[in-house]
Design a protein around this ligand. Sequence first.
Ligand code: 5AD
Ligand code: SF4
Length: 458
Amino acid sequence: MSMDRKTKKNNNFGKRFYLHTFGCQMNVHDSEKMAGILSEAGMSHSNHFNNADVIVLNTCSIREKAEQKFYSELGRLETVKKNNPKLKIAVAGCIAQQKGDALLKRFPYVDFIFGPDNINNLETWINFSAQDTGERLKKTALAYNPEYHFMELPVKREEGVRAWVSIMYGCDNFCAYCIVPYTRGRERSRPARDIYREVSALASQGYREVTLLGQNVNSYGKNMPENIDFSDLLCMIHEIEDMKRIRFVTSHPRDLSEKLVNTMNKLPKMCNHLHLPLQSGSDKILFQMNRGYSYREYKDKIMMLRNALPESAITTDIIVGFPGEKEEDFQATMDALKEMEFDGIFAFKYSPRPNTSAVDLPGHIDEKAKSRRLSEVLDLQSDITYRKNKKFEGSTVEVLVEGYSDTDKDKLTGRTGSNKIVNFHGSDNNIGKFVAINITEAKQHSLYGILIHSFSVS
Ligand code: 5AD
Ligand code: SF4
């Protein structure tokens, strides 16, 4: 996208956009790209839809609950549009991709629909609709976009020290419960040189921590002409002097290689945290989920990691109430949580998703049993997390300071490499720097401590 476009006066100049993001980090980052496009078109961000000329809802369809939140927000917009007929409404993301024209029919006040592979089309639409010809441009942009992973879209990030960078799009795994391969399409990796360039630019803008994003980052580079795998990519990024910390999400246990563990061990900027979704402790359920590993194999990978990096934190995702999950399968998940002692988990009730193969499996579990299993999992894990956090009391940790805490406004907040949130009293000039904190108190979701000193590297 050229600078001309940014500086040239166009009909969008001074208009305001409201952008609401539903769902995961992937979507949050996609929204940063949408905000980048809208800002380059001369528009500014509005905090409320009532003051906006353009509204974009970036949707998520991973579970039914996320979908419902979107529908209730969209419902509210009908009267907003009635009161302001010039208002343009766009629906982006996975629900847009999945429902397509049906959404336009059901909600005639929606103007534009585009999928995760067509974010670049937002620019064309916004420019056309800015002409205000009175004609409504009803449009859907949902086609598979073979060029998308080569595109360099402008990104409007929140100011701060942490930034997210996409390294690959889509997923080829087809886990039986998951809608992602249908909404985000096949797996495609971005060229390593583009990623390198983006991370270098972030480092010179003052970002100090980068999280490399993809549905399955361990298989980065598959089917690419360059012979670069994920470990090679990490080594490249590691060379960027002013980028001090590197993280990545999400990994698939099947693709977690010894090479990657050795790379994490060898590169000092790699954060000692791995998010490795287990989903279930029962081999029968893992097989039905099409996960491609047994609990034993998962455990072996964790042992490999813990042997190489004993200090590393491990978090996971768990689904309860998958079709056919008997009480003994659920107990296998509880046993796995006790044995693995994860630092934290995200746990979900299984939610049937259109197109996915699990919908047709026998033995769907009723809501009540799912809710009971979910609270048992959460109760168990909350004890484990608290116990693990307690072990930090009395120790000194290195924290990258992000800013003032939202919940505790007079304290600064930051994270350890292992992704623990640490709050402490400090001053503005600690922000963006690495500091040593002595932990005095561990809570369920965060650690509290006293500032010992600031490191000279910033
Ligand atoms: N129901 C419940 N949880 C799901 N996830 C993905 N699809 C579903 C579904 N249909 C969870 C998985 C995945 C995380 C991002 O969301 O645990 O790892
Ligand atoms: Fe969904 Fe499985 Fe792909 Fe993750 S790996 S996005 S759970 S299909």
